[in-house]
Structure formats: structure tokens, C-alpha cells
Design a protein around this ligand. Structure first.
Ligand code: IMP
Length: 440
């Protein structure tokens, strides 16, 4: 039996979907354990180029079952659109399942996400505006609506009625002095239109019904059977609700503890945790990012790496590899190994920098871990070690020894700093552009 969790070691968008797509060849079951359609995974395989938001990356292997665990929040119409897109590409998704315990993202969550961001004015979090935070708020406040409720139209209508009565009261609070939110009124009316939501969601329910299962029973049977299970993370440690750059975080736990809860399996069942780290750093959304390059070099990295959000299309903030953040992630998540992605994007760089510590310009103090205080973290400056670049195309390399010596030295340095073996190195988006270094 083997249960492997694939977890983001940075700020998200590390290439987890690509790594899961690669590992799913050997998996019987792939489970998404948290987040919602804020996530975006780009998967390039022999069937084409796909952008997945909710559906796990194992969907392309017909013999692999794919589950949205109870820890995921699901926007039913968005999920139906994703299923329709895959159906158009020839995938019937008979191998796709949804845990009945997962919570729903409702239109008013999307609206609240936007209203809350507006209210933050200059201190916006830069959320994906997909309603993820407010959906988790309702879950924790014990008033969320779940997939199991959606399957029972009368239950769903009753819960929707109660929820909307409350939401209308909340929304009234946003119309204060000056009435400057008036332009939002039509959108708010739509997001609180009970009949419209009931019709839209119950139509989606009929489409999703064949996929809805008792997720825990499915996972338990797979464990008893000794099946190979992959737990697919979304986002990364630095956006974890407890351990990330709070409040610039998502509302769930991308780290392996979240995988146990969200997938519905015992924590001790996880045999291996693979941390996915990009060979440099990217982030979308606000918050501290010490290695961010706001210059032509950062711009060039963005263009070479095609660093634009899969879900929102937003340009990603780009910077050098932050070994302090990854080491923090290693300590929290306990990676067995790291999969390093997009090494080829650095092919053109004359010299490459690694952030090995932070320096506080106010006190002169050096930091070798991530501070809890966001205002302290905002002002820390990176301390760089510089390595020579290789300026050679690595996209055709399939063995570690085929990489230029400088590229090998870079990977080895990252490995030493992370104190965890780097088992996989990707040098391009295609399935076979992967260097396997060790047992992984
Ligand atoms: P939320 O998850 O939409 O509430 O956004 C919270 C933070 O996580 C924001 O900084 C987002 O930009 C970031 N975020 C959410 N989903 C993704 C993703 O798939 N990739 C990268 N960042 C994300």
C-alpha cells in the first residue's frame, strides 16, 4: 500500500498538477483534499493542454479514480462547466467522484468575496474572487450547505432560504454612507435571487448526482485494498491558513495535515509526502514576497515561464528561489523528497540567485525562518548566494548527468539548503520532460 501526498512548497502554482499527472500513471485513486475552483492546474499530456480547477489531474487515466474529498469546497455550476469541457475533449469522467460531505460555494459567497475585497481598499488580499474564503467561513460557522444537501431538493431549498435571509441582512451593512456600492446592486440582487439559485444549483445537482459518493467509504475501501493513492494538494505552505503569510492566505490547509482531514484518511496512512517547488518563486495575490523582482529581469522570468494565473489570468509575481521559505515548508510538511519544476525556465540566465536568509534593514538581524509578523516579513530583504547560470537548453535532458554542470550544481545546492533529496526535476511541461533522480 502506498499513500503519497503531493504538496506545494511555496506560494502555490509550483506545478503540482504536472507532478500529479506524472505520478498518476501508477495511482489507483487521486484525491483533491482542499480548496475549490480558486485552484488552477495546467496539465499538458498527449491528449492536449488542459486547465483544471476542481477536477484532480488523474482524470486523464481512465483506470484511475479521482475524488473531490470532503475538505474541498465546490461551486456546482463551475464544476459542471469543467466536466462539460472534458466531455468535449472525449473524457466521460466516469472515473470522477465527489464526496457528499464537501461544502458548496454559493453565489453569495462569490459576492461576499468581492465585497470584502472592496472594503479592504488599499489592503486587499488579492483573492481569486471565487468565494472560497466566505464558503469556508460558513463551513466553520456551522451554517454551510453541503453536497449531500444539494442531492435532496427540499433540503437544499430550505437551507438556501435560511441562508439568504441572513445574507440579505449582511449585505445591507455594505450600503452605508454615500451609497457608493449602488453599482453593485444588480450583481447583489442576482446573487441573492432564491429562485434563480435554486434552479441553477438543482440543475447542476442532476448532472453531478452520478458522481456523488460516500467519499470516506471509497477511500477506506481503497486503503483496505492496498491501492495506490495520491493526495493532490492545492496552493502551497506559504498560503496555508495557519502557517502562511497571514492574512494573505487561503482559507484551508494545503499542508499534509490538511490532506488527512480533507481526504478522509488517517494521518498515519500517509507514507510519503512530495513537496513541489519551482526552480524560482512565483505568487499571485498580495502579501510578503522577499525575492520578488519588480524589474526587467522579473518581467523576463514571467515571460519565459509563462507565469500567468491558470484560474484568473493574473500575471504572477516572480522572483528568485527562496530557500528560507522552502526550508520552512520542509519543516512543516515533512517532505520525503522534493519535485523541482521548471528548471528549464532558468536556461537563459547568466547568473542565478538563491535567497539563503533574510535581513531586517531596521535592526540588521538575520532571519533563517519565516516570521509570524506580516509587517516584519514585508520589510525583510533577501540575502542572496549567487551561482553561475548554464545558458544551455535543458529541455531535452532526461538524466541528471545530461544537465550542464552548473544546472546540476544549482539543484544540488537547493537540495543541501532544503535538507531533503530532490527526487524529480522537470525540464518542460510534457509528461516525459522529467528527470528521475532517485526513488522519489
Ligand atoms: P483565495 O483562495 O481565493 O481566497 O485567495 C487567497 C490567496 O491565495 C490569494 O493570494 C490568491 O491569489 C491565492 N491563490 C488562491 N488560489 C491560488 C492558486 O491556484 N494559485 C496561486 N495562488 C492562489
Amino acid at each position: 500500500m502506498s499513500v503519497i501526498a503531493v504538496v506545494g512548497a511555496q506560494w502555490g502554482d509550483e506545478g503540482k498538477g504536472r507532478v500529479v499527472d506524472y505520478l498518476a500513471t501508477d495511482a489507483d485513486l487521486v484525491i483533491r483534499y482542499g480548496g475549490g475552483n480558486n485552484a488552477g492546474h495546467t496539465v499538458v499530456n498527449p491528449h492536449g493542454h488542459f486547465k483544471l480547477h476542481l477536477i484532480p489531474s488523474g482524470i486523464f487515466y481512465p483506470a484511475t479514480r479521482n475524488l473531490l474529498g470532503g475538505g474541498v469546497v465546490i461551486n456546482p455550476p463551475a464544476l459542471v462547466r469543467e466536466l462539460d469541457g472534458l466531455a468535449a475533449a472525449g473524457f466521460d469522467c466516469a472515473n470522477f467522484f465527489i464526496s457528499e460531505r464537501a461544502h458548496l460555494v454559493m453565489p453569495y459567497h462569490v459576492m461576499l468575496d468581492q465585497l470584502e475585497e472592496r472594503e479592504r481598499r488599499t489592503a486587499k488580499l488579492g483573492t481569486t474572487s471565487r468565494g472560497i474564503g466566505p464558503a469556508y467561513v460558513d463551513k466553520v460557522a456551522r451554517r454551510g450547505i453541503r453536497v449531500v444537501d444539494l442531492m435532496e431538493p427540499d433540503d437544499f431549498r430550505a437551507q438556501l432560504h435560511v441562508a439568504l435571509a441572513r445574507i440579505r441582512r449582511v449585505v445591507t451593512g455594505y450600503f452605508g454612507a454615500g451609497g457608493d456600492d449602488d453599482e453593485l446592486r444588480p450583481a447583489i440582487e442576482e446573487a441573492t435571487d432564491e429562485d434563480r439559485i435554486a434552479t441553477e444549483y438543482l440543475t447542476a445537482a442532476d448532472r453531478l448526482r452520478p458522481h456523488v459518493v460516500d467519499g470516506q467509504a471509497l477511500v477506506d475501501a481503497a486503503l483496505v485494498d492496498g491501492q495506490r493513492i495520491l493526495l493532490e494538494g492545492q496552493l502551497g505552505t506559504m498560503r496555508d491558513i495557519d502557517w502562511g503569510t497571514y492574512p494573505y492566505v487561503t482559507s484551508s490547509s494545503p499542508i499534509p495535515g490538511g490532506a488527512s482531514i480533507g481526504a478522509g484518511l488517517p494521518a498515519v496512512a500517509i507514507d510519503k509526502v512530495i513537496g513541489v517547488a519551482k526552480a524560482y518563486t512565483t505568487a499571485v495575490g498580495a502579501g510578503p514576497l522577499p525575492t520578488e523582482m519588480l524589474d526587467a529581469e522579473g518581467e523576463a522570468l514571467r515571460e519565459r515561464g509563462i507565469e500567468y494565473g491558470t484560474s484568473t489570468g493574473r500575471p504572477r509575481r516572480c522572483g528568485w528561489y527562496d530557500a528560507v521559505a522552502v526550508r520552512f515548508s520542509v519543516r512543516l510538511a515533512g517532505y520525503s523528497s522534493i519535485a523541482l519544476t521548471k528548471l528549464d525556465v532558468l536556461d537563459g540566465s547568466e547568473r542565478i540567485r538563491i535567497c539563503v536568509a533574510y535581513r531586517d534593514p531596521q535592526t540588521g538581524a538575520q532571519w533563517t525562518t519565516v516570521p509570524a509578523s506580516t509587517s516584519v516579513y514585508q520589510r525583510l530583504e533577501p540575502v542572496y548566494q549567487e551561482l553561475p547560470g548554464w545558458q544551455t537548453d535543458t529541455t531535452g535532458c532526461r538524466e541528471f548527468t545530461q544537465l550542464p554542470a552548473a544546472a546540476q550544481a544549482y539543484v544540488e545546492r537547493l537540495e543541501a539548503l532544503a535538507e531533503v533529496p530532490i527526487g524529480l526535476v522537470s525540464v518542460g511541461p510534457e509528461r516525459d520532460q522529467m528527470i528521475v533522480r532517485g526513488p522519489g
